[in-house]
Design a protein around this ligand. Sequence first.
Ligand code: EPU
Length: 338
Amino acid sequence: MIRFFENYNLKSHNTFGVEANTRYFFEFTEQEDLETFVQSNETWKELPHFILGGGSNVLFQRDFQGLVLHPNIPGIVKVKENRQNVWFEVGAGEVWDDFVRYCVDYGVGGVENLSLIPGLVGAAPVQNIGAYGQEVSNVIERVKGLDLQQKLQMEFPADDCGFGYRDSLFKRELKNRFIITSVVFRLEKFPEFNLKYGQVEEKVKELGEVNLQNIRRAAIDIRSSKLPDVNKLGNAGSFFKNPVVKVEIAEKIREQFPDVPVYQVNEYEVKLAAGWLIEKAGWKGRQEGNVGMHQKQALVLVNYGNATGKEIFEFSERISQAVFEKFGIQLEREVNCI
Ligand code: EPU
């Protein structure tokens, strides 16, 4: 099935809930529909285009004078199984958390810590979603889709996806050029549970046995207690990435703030918590007009009313500036600003 609209409103397609229109909107539920579209219609090539999944990591600053491509391909299919693993091929349009629940109910591990992350499966590899010690790149076998320039179906084995912290080839070299149509995941029948991060272990123990269901429950409880529900308060999760800096920079901060949270990346670099930096710069819970930083998680920028994309963007610039002035660290946005 395809749906094609002109002057289409995107408010319900972005979790910030900002008003924005796109000149054209093309939604498809089968890869063949997309192929037919790109082969039969040359005019779209002249237009700027943008691939939109669940809209949970995007900020529209104004109307988009181009074409939004929205893959809505459904399906979870078991493609292979052996003694250790089960492989599922999942359509780009499946809701990410429905897939996590499916795996947990099926009894296979690898994505349970990623419970309740908003968005669709097709977007998961793009920013290599992660939470509570798991990253989706650890369970991705391959990513399938269509290269819009060459009009060719292509597949990328995980090793060729350029995965990094909230990063991949799909948001760099292949940005808006490669449309992901499905992802093949390799799940574990005998998973090693990952309880190291933050309160996960404590929460799971409260719930009882260490198993997939309880880890999922714990991740959901922790997320819901800290992060605002997108159905109630517009937001896009973490607005900035956690900055990776040289060890010396972190040491300097530690002299003044002995409690600074620091995560080792390698011998020379550490990751700092952007939420902590924003809090120390005095912006946690601060609200200006319709926009603010969440009271419980300073990394989450919230639309408290009818904020425009421009207002949200400008507010985020002030936060970056404040962190830079206090710590000399330049925050990088995690959210895709259009
Ligand atoms: N912190 C503060 N103040 C705050 C927020 C955090 O001091 O307002 C401190 C916490 O006390 C903790 C550290 O910063 O010591 C890390 O905080 P938290 O565990 O809440 O995680 P995060 O680093 O802020 C990252 C991801 C989240 C993910 C959580 C849990 C990024 C950009 N964000 O946040 O992912 O859910 O870890 O794993 O990496 C997302 O990407 O949208 C997202 C929500």
